[in-house]
Design a protein around this ligand. Structure first.
Ligand code: PLP
Length: 390
């Protein structure tokens, strides 16, 4: 019996330490980490530049409050706005809080309450972000959701047009639905969506919590679509493992979050900010992002080459280093077996294997992972066939 609530279904792996793409368990067994803590340690575990920045900040101060100026917050905000369509930043501690801020912000900015989101989207676990999430399994057991969200099919512009009414404040969308199964938004859908939002004075909120901070080979995934969102939410990779989230908004909405209207005790914590500054200075370099794009292409090519002969692999998709391998059966035995073989991978829904390796992953590590995935998929399926024929 444990003193923890059973909130998470955990694998039988107790982490002792981690470095780069490698995790070591308490028995000394080593694993190649192709999940990065669900897309968090984008620069690998304990990246030396980030670690140095954190250690330096620990010597200065750990926390005061948002009643005083925090110069590193200013620097991180500057880096975010220089590299996005936004002009001003609010800092918080997680993805859900970033989206929560975005929801409140959009409602206050427009004086309207309805927010349109998409089927199989994921936006977080607070009450508003759970209500925004288009997945019944996330909402189950919590009674009525907030009634101001309407869910429409993903990649369906007509459905958005029909859902928009005079009370619509915003549309909230992921560029690649992560938890929902690594499903990329279509180019025409996103350009059309931006136009529809503009025509109807509806804010476009892009949830970049999983896709942002270099994950897809651009600073933010919306850049692939050539759009300019009104609000962007980020978290996960921003602190490379330290908790931090941010909501970035366009300049014309500067006064929406005036003093006392929103806040967070820990938001913009100086140690997390030191990590975020080091992360952004590294990730937002054009040559680094180009490498991510190339490595992503290499990973998809290797996977396609190796896995397309397997009849139960139905699709390989994604962008940069955010890849989904759709299978025709439940992938949980594959994830468990892969762990035994020393490779940590994720699922996204029941039938999709999700790969989110650190952006610093090497080609050699990619080769090893692809071979292990191939072997694991083959072995798990062979075992199933044997079970059936026995
Ligand atoms: N939005 C997206 C797209 C996510 O993938 C997640 C987490 O997986 C969240 C929001 C929620 O982030 P957090 O778990 O940091 O609250």
């Amino acid at each position: 019996m444990t003193a923890l609530l059973p909130t998470y279904k955990r694998f039988d792996l107790s982490v002792a330490k981690a470095n780069g793409t490698t995790i070591e368990d308490t028995n000394g067994k080593r694993y190649l980490d192709f999940g990065s803590g669900i897309g968090v340690c984008n620069l690998g575990h304990r990246h030396p530049g980030v670690q140095k920045a954190i250690e330096a900040q620990l010597q200065n101060y750990w926390h005061t409050s948002n009643l005083y100026h925090n110069p590193i917050q200013e620097e991180v905000a500057e880096l975010l706005v220089q590299n996005s369509s936004g002009d001003h930043v609010f800092f918080c501690n997680s993805g859900a809080e970033a989206n929560e801020a975005a929801i409140k912000f959009a409602r206050k900015a427009t004086g309207k309450t309805k927010i349109i989101t998409f089927n199989q989207s994921f936006h977080g676990r607070t009450f508003a972000t759970m209500s925004a999430t288009g997945q019944a399994k996330i909402q189950q057991g919590y009674g009525p959701m907030l009634g101001t969200f309407e869910y429409v099919p993903f990649n369906d512009l007509e459905a958005v047009k029909q859902a928009i009414d005079e009370n619509t404040a915003a549309v909230m969308v992921e560029m690649i639905q992560g938890e929902g199964g690594v499903i990329p938004a279509e180019a025409l859908f996103i350009s059309g969506l931006e136009q529809v939002c503009k025509n109807n004075h509806v804010l476009l909120i892009v949830d970049e919590i999983q896709t942002g901070i270099g994950r897809t080979g651009k600073s933010f995934a919306y850049e692939h679509y050539g759009i300019s969102p009104d609000i962007i939410s980020v978290a996960k990779g921003l602190g490379n493992g330290l908790p931090v989230g941010a909501m970035i908004a366009k300049g014309k909405y500067y006064n929406v979050f005036g003093p006392g209207t929103h806040g967070s005790t820990f938001g913009g914590n100086p140690v997390s900010m030191a990590a975020a500054k080091a992360v952004l200075q590294y990730v937002f370099q054009a040559d680094f992002l180009q490498e991510v794009e190339e490595k992503g292409r290499y990973l998809q090519e290797r996977l396609t080459e190796k896995l397309s002969e397997l009849s139960f692999v139905s699709d390989i998709r994604g962008r940069g280093l955010m890849i989904g391998i759709e299978c025709t059966a439940d992938v949980s035995p594959v994830i468990a077996r892969s762990m035994q073989e020393g490779l940590l991978i994720l699922s996204a829904g029941q039938q999709v294997i999700r790969l989110l390796p650190p952006l610093t992953v090497t080609e050699e590590e990619i080769d090893t992972a692809v071979d292990l995935i191939y072997e694991t998929l083959n072995n798990v399926v062979l075992e199933d066939v044997q079970k059936v024929t026995q």
